[in-house]
Design a protein around this ligand. Sequence first.
Ligand SMILES: Cc1cc2nc3c(=O)[nH]c(=O)nc-3n(C[C@H](O)[C@H](O)[C@H](O)COP(=O)(O)O)c2cc1C
Length: 305
Amino acid sequence: MARIADIELSSPLVAAPLAGYSDLAYRLFCRRYGAGLVFSEMISCHGLVRRQRATLDLCRSTDAERPVAMQLFGAEPEAMGEAAAILSGLGCDIIDINMGCPVRKVVKKGAGAALMRDPLLAARIIRAVVKNSSRPVTVKIRSGWSHQEKNAVEIARMAEAEGCAAVTVHGRTASDGFRGRADHGDIAAVRQAVRKIPVIANGDVIAPEDIKKMQEETGCDLVMIGRGALGNPWIFSGRPRPTGRAALMRAALELLELMEEISPTGIGRCRNMVSRFARGFPGASRLRQEIFAAPDLASLKKLLT
Ligand SMILES: Cc1cc2nc3c(=O)[nH]c(=O)nc-3n(C[C@H](O)[C@H](O)[C@H](O)COP(=O)(O)O)c2cc1C
């Protein structure tokens, strides 16, 4: 059985943190379809320390989604430590540290992937979070900052030595953004280098055969799936995506109803989420147009039924 520290996971397939997607409703949906662990989107340590309402909203959880990892981002050890203490009190199973986000406004402040360029600061942050957390701490990294500065192995070894319970590697560099393909060799190198903790492999898994390939080529313990699960939660059970419109629309409606019940949100986000299911069958492109033209939730639901 897959595990991280003392947490047993029902499956080695993990739902990735996706800002703008991974709210409580989406995480519950992924768990229903078989994800062994779900990640929140990245949460600002400063927002948490200031107890900002929108940030606290991102931390909402229920027992039904557990085990859940809440992900923190920031660049100051003290604020990250304080945020970890607050998160521990709110109830989550794992606290993850974001060291892979390449978005300008995040790296400009020294957070996300920028921490891979400053291993000493990264170590101080991990130390502060581990010290202040009552839960296992994990870290999510990329292959490195750029192809000239690939240091995932060094950062992962450091994370293990500082007490992290697992490390996720997205096999691209920050300067790659989302271009090219995730490099399985970079992930395998980390798996070889850290012996005591699980490695979660991430990048470009969209079909059941990609899961197998990722496991075989990297030797990873767990596989994290992000974009490939949008409109395809079946990936978490290792099953192929249904091809028929009816099954796809049933799942889309199930997600929409969860969103409505658990974390009501704007119509734009609802349209985006359900449009992901309108692919791969005759008439799908027409249906997508109708989805994006739906003025409200009621009309959106009608389109799906
Ligand atoms: C829209 C979007 C939002 C993301 N948000 C986060 C985030 O909040 N934290 C994080 O660590 N990674 C984030 N990522 C990166 C994903 O977790 C993942 O590492 C990346 O998409 C590669 O995996 P995939 O090919 O399975 O999608 C985001 C990616 C996308 C596309």
